[in-house]
Write a protein that binds this ligand. Structure first.
Ligand SMILES: Cc1cc2nc3c(=O)[nH]c(=O)nc-3n(C[C@H](O)[C@H](O)[C@H](O)COP(=O)(O)OP(=O)(O)OC[C@H]3O[C@@H](n4cnc5c(N)ncnc54)[C@H](O)[C@@H]3O)c2cc1C
Ligand code: FES
Length: 509
């Protein structure tokens, strides 16, 4: 995370021939001991830091598109002129002065980040939910120069956390707890973002523009972001209350504590989160069994071939699957399956999916239909209220209403809502993206396919080098990839431009 990059390529402080720079092709070099990427786009040449501010991804291996450089690992974007991030990059990346003289391009000193001019906006902003979308909204308001009060209310007893890490490196024991908060408390204090870490919003009154809390005074708002996320589903079987669930840092800590005391874990469900937990518990040397009714893990999202691959990958690492089976009951030491067989279990984790938290929106009279219904600016049916993240049902680029449960989508929507609160009019048109990590194999996915009529595999799934395209109505709806990061980025960019021919060309190679 945030790893130092080894210095490679030319010394850019000494300069390179301008002709060496191909339009839109990042050139990795260094200057004054720092790794830097030099980019020509159109007539302009920009120099920015080479490491992504999310987990240190190599930006030189990403793509340049629309004035941004894009990270190959989890698709963060950084403005080439200012370094400003589109999530999940947390901070801006450094920008450097560039001199072009006599056909040579030379990189000079770091440019101090410009302070945004103060911008008018709503008299105050209240953010309900201190998660991915809520945090991104608060940060973007300040980055855009909004000077009014911002209050963010969360119920998890912490500042916003890096939720995807809770099933991955943190749970595996390879990421320390310092990595988990998205920001330290001092960041919120410096940026005058008032974070309430342990209170529930109990009601929203759109007529009075007020929210009520489980403790403390009501908060008045000029603009409100509703970003209450989703909660894990608990199956109603005898003993279900004994199973641990995973959504919050304290949930992940509880799994770590129980894993330290036991040897055998049973995962109920073969969802992305359940399988990431399986991988992390294998890293902790637990015996892991997975019980799920479907014939293949992840088939509904990734199709049969990738589903088989994921199963084989977990089996290689010692996970035992009981597919086509449902749990019947859980007791203190085991899980009984619907065929009568019993699996010993010191730890049971349930990962069978989530449901969006819609109660506040419903009770406030907002339009709700399988999610909080928002328009293309993420505005709800109530004046002054926006919604983002796992709860928002928004129109995609083709106007179809969709609700997405991905980290990057939630962050981008939080940012988008912030700009909309300040008067921006452009519609939310980001193509959905998510990643998942199983041992050393990352799976990236761009687009959205609820269904498909055909699946095309380019490359080899078994060799962990592939693009998998899902088509419906003759169009590519989504593409999953393993170790094809640049193509995944380029396909996302082509989808965003509505360039179907470009997507097809990238799949042809
Ligand atoms: C373990 C785990 C791993 C994941 N890994 C990935 C991944 O690898 N890739 C990926 O794309 N996605 C991943 N996800 C999904 C991703 O984390 C979510 O899509 C994202 O967090 C949604 O953001 P959000 O802001 O909508 O909700 P959240 O981040 O869940 O935030 C919602 C917040 O609202 C608070 N809240 C709810 N109701 C109230 C109330 N009434 N009052 C006050 N506060 C309230 C909640 O406590 C919470 O803090 C993962 C999720 C989990 C749980
Ligand atoms: S490391 Fe760049 S987006 Fe995650």
């Amino acid at each position: 995370m945030g790893g130092q990059q080894e210095l490679k390529g030319p010394d850019l402080s000494a300069g390179v021939e301008g002709a060496q720079l191909k339009d839109g092709e990042p050139l990795l070099g260094h200057a004054n001991g720092e790794a830097i990427v030099l980019v020509r786009q159109g007539g302009e040449v920009c120099a920015v830091g080479a490491a992504c501010s999310h987990y240190g991804g190599p930006l030189a291996e990403g793509i340049v598109e629309g004035g941004t450089i894009r990270c190959p690992w989890h698709h963060a974007r950084f403005d080439l002129r200012t370094g400003a991030p589109t999530r999940p990059g947390r901070d801006a990346i450094a920008c450097y002065r560039v001199e072009q003289r006599g056909g040579r391009v030379r990189v000079g000193e770091r440019i101090a980040p410009a302070r945004p001019a103060t911008r008018a906006g709503p008299e105050s902003v209240v953010i309900v939910g201190a998660g991915a979308a809520g945090n991104a909204c608060a940060e973007e308001l300040r980055r855009q120069g909004y000077g009014g009060p911002i209050a963010m209310v969360g119920a998890e007893g912490t500042v916003p956390v890096d939720r995807p890490n809770l099933s991955k490196d943190y749970l595996a024991g390879t990421a320390p707890e310092e990595w988990i908060p998205l920001r330290g408390r001092e960041f919120y204090a410096e940026n005058r973002i008032e974070v309430t870490e342990s209170a529930e919003v109990t009601a929203i009154d759109p007529a009075r523009r007020e929210v009520r809390l489980s403790r403390g005074n009501p908060l008045r708002y000029g603009a409100l972001l509703l970003a209450t996320g989703a909660e894990p589903i608990r199956l109603s079987i005898p003993g279900a209350e004994r199973a641990l669930m995973l959504r919050t840092l304290s949930d992940s800590r509880a799994i770590v504590a129980r894993a330290a005391e036991g040897r055998r874990a049973v995962l109920i469900g073969a969802s992305f989160i359940a399988l990431e937990v399986a991988a992390s518990l294998r890293a902790r040397k637990m015996e892991v069994a997975v019980v799920a009714p479907e014939p293949r893990p992840l088939e509904r999202v990734l199709g049969p071939a990738l589903g088989d691959f994921v199963r084989a990958l977990h089996e290689e690492h010692g996970v035992r699957f009981h597919l086509g089976r449902k749990p019947a009951s859980i007791d203190g030491a085991s899980v009984k399956m619907d065929d009568g067989n019993v699996l010993p279990a010191d730890l049971v984790v349930m990962g069978v999916g989530v449901r969006p938290r819609l109660k506040l929106a419903e009770e406030a009279g907002l339009r709700v239909d399988k999610g909080v219904v928002v328009d293309s600016s993420l505005r709800t049916s109530a004046e002054g209220i926006w919604a983002a993240g796992d709860i928002a049902r928004f129109p995609d680029a083709r106007g179809r209403p969709i609700r997405i449960e991905h980290w990057v989508v939630a962050e981008r929507q939080g940012q988008h809502a912030a700009r909309a609160m300040l008067g921006a009019k452009e519609p939310f048109r980001h193509v959905p993206f998510f990643w998942s990590q199983h041992y050393d194999v990352p799976i990236n996915y761009v687009g959205h396919a609820e269904d498909w009529e055909s699946i095309q595999v380019v490359g080899s799934i078994a060799d962990r080098n592939c693009l998998v395209a899902y088509r419906q109505g003759g169009r590519v709806q989504a593409v999953a990839s393993i170790y094809r990061d640049r193509e995944s980025l380029a396909i996302e960019a082509a989808m965003e431009r509505g360039d179907e021919g470009g997507v097809e060309a990238l799949l042809r190679g």
